[in-house]
Ligand binder design. Structure first.
Ligand code: ARG
Length: 461
């Protein structure tokens, strides 16, 4: 089949070169955007008097029929025709003849691909945003079930202070809320249309770029034709947004893996979200969480690929930029599926409350509270810290826990201890005293859940 650019050439393209330079194997994914852009372009050409209304009608009908066939799986993309653009245009000409040959007036594949990819990234980010808000709903739901469940909060992966499990989960709500805001910012920046920049310099035909921009839902046409065809910031924004989402998911994944390990055993994962071992019959592995953690690396790699791809590229279009698509698509797919799977995992995870309670007995989790108690009675915090340190050292030496300490034990360290200390050092009192803004007191957590619900409703609208 003759290539649309074959006029200048006498010889055939080497088969190896054809295979090396084609992009249709991956950019066929953009067929819908390609047709959408072409329809907007054809309408504009007609309304500006560059082609007739009749010709535009023929082109648009032809494109719609091609779209139906692609949807029905009846269209074969041919790698000899390089990319999605030339595949669709060649088919159009084959089907509708002369009128089809006029579609490419005042356009180039350079503005065409810049447009198609931008439309695709815009749509995909909106889809990611939707599944992200579903994930946030699942977090809120789990957090309200677990507000009263107290677990050891950690620093350095060591038991630090007791916290409400709901409070812990709401930290992931905050990360996702920032991710949604980041998506919205990126969508704002990317919403300019490159269409009509043509190859790089604009076009002598009397086109109306504002019309195609409005038709395709963009705020403006890009101001500079050279920037329009060579800008891939929007793809980088998407890759960065995906990397951050994955980084956040990977932290939750890691926590689930730790909670699920035999050494901790705090949670039970649903059978439907775990897998077995082919050799060790007792195993129930947290594969979904592990893969989310692992796949995060791919999105970082994709971001670095794109940054490196664009570095030092002279204006305007360079074929290097064809390599932008696989990493962008991979980041989108990886992030989409990871969010959906983490949502299922969060919904299905069960917390073993007796394990949480037993864990609170270990690790002198309310040691800070003993020091806070003395400080609240007027002792300078540094002295209080020192006395508490001596208490802990004594407990370690005698193999006892804070809960096992009686009043005489306390009084032997300081006569500032009153009977109320016994209540003060209980994990539940420790949690509920932390009423400072953003702290873990269960009353705070209940308020935060209400606020999170309101914020999420706003984000969904
Ligand atoms: N397949 C190309 C890409 O993905 C489309 C643009 C080609 N333009 C060109 N002048 N060869 O970047």
């Amino acid at each position: 089949m003759d290539k649309p650019w074959s006029g200048r050439f006498k010889g055939e393209t080497d088969a190896l070169v054809e295979a090396f330079t084609e992009s249709v194997s991956f950019d066929k994914r953009l067929w819908h955007e390609d047709i959408e852009g072409s329809i907007a372009h054809a309408m504009m050409l007609a309304s500006c008097g560059i082609i007739s209304e009749e010709e535009a009608g023929i082109i648009i009908n032809g494109l719609r029929e091609i779209a139906f066939d692609i949807e029905d799986g009846k269209f074969t993309f041919d790698p000899k025709l390089e990319d999605v653009h030339m595949n669709i245009e060649t088919e159009l000409v084959k089907r509708v003849g002369e009128a089809g040959k006029k579609l490419h007036t005042a356009r180039s594949r350079n503005d065409q691909i810049a447009l198609d990819l931008r439309l695709h990234v815009r749509k995909s980010l909106k889809e990611i945003r939707t599944v992200l808000t579903d994930y946030m709903s699942a977090i809120i739901e789990k957090a309200s079930q677990l507000t009263d469940t107290i677990i050891p909060g950690m620093t350095h992966l060591q038991f630090a202070q007791p916290i409400s499990f709901g409070h812990h989960l709401l930290a992931y709500f905050e990360m996702a809320a920032r991710d949604v805001a980041r998506i919205d910012d990126s969508l704002k920046h990317m919403n300019v249309s490159p269409l009509g920049a043509a190859a790089l310099a604009g076009t002598p035909h009397p086109i109306d770029r504002f019309q195609t921009a409005a038709k395709l839902g963009f705020d403006w046409p890009a101001r500079n034709s050279m920037d329009a065809v060579s800008d891939r910031d929007f793809a980088l924004d998407a890759a960065y947004v995906c990397s951050l989402i994955m980084m956040h998911l990977s932290r939750l994944a890691e926590e689930i893996i730790i909670w699920n390990s035999q050494t901790y055993g705090l949670v039970e994962l649903p059978d439907s979200y775990t897998t077995g071992s082919s050799i060790m019959p007792q195993k129930k592995n947290p594969d979904v969480a592990e893969l989310v953690r692992g796949k995060t690396g791919r999105t970082y790699g994709n971001l670095i690929s794109l940054l490196t791809l664009m570095k030092g590229l002279p204006l305007a279009y360079n074929k290097d930029m064809q390599e932008d698509k696989p990493p962008v698509f991979d980041s989108i797919d990886t992030t989409m599926s990871s969010i959906v799977l983490m949502t299922g995992l969060i919904k299905g995870v069960e917390v073993k409350k007796e394990v949480a309670e037993a864990a609170l007995e270990k690790g002198f989790i309310t040691a800070t509270d003993i020091a806070d108690y003395l400080a609240s009675k007027g002792m300078p915090f540094r002295d209080a810290h020192n006395i508490t340190g001596r208490i802990i050292s004594w407990l370690i030496g005698t193999g006892r826990t804070i809960a096992e300490m009686g009043m005489e034990d306390y009084r032997s360290f300081s006569d500032m201890f009153g009977n109320d200390v016994l209540e003060y050092v209980k994990p539940s009192s420790s949690v509920d005293r932390r009423k400072s803004f953003g702290g873990t007191a269960r009353k705070n957590v209940r308020d935060s859940i209400k606020k999170a619900k309101r914020l999420l409703e706003k984000m969904k609208n």
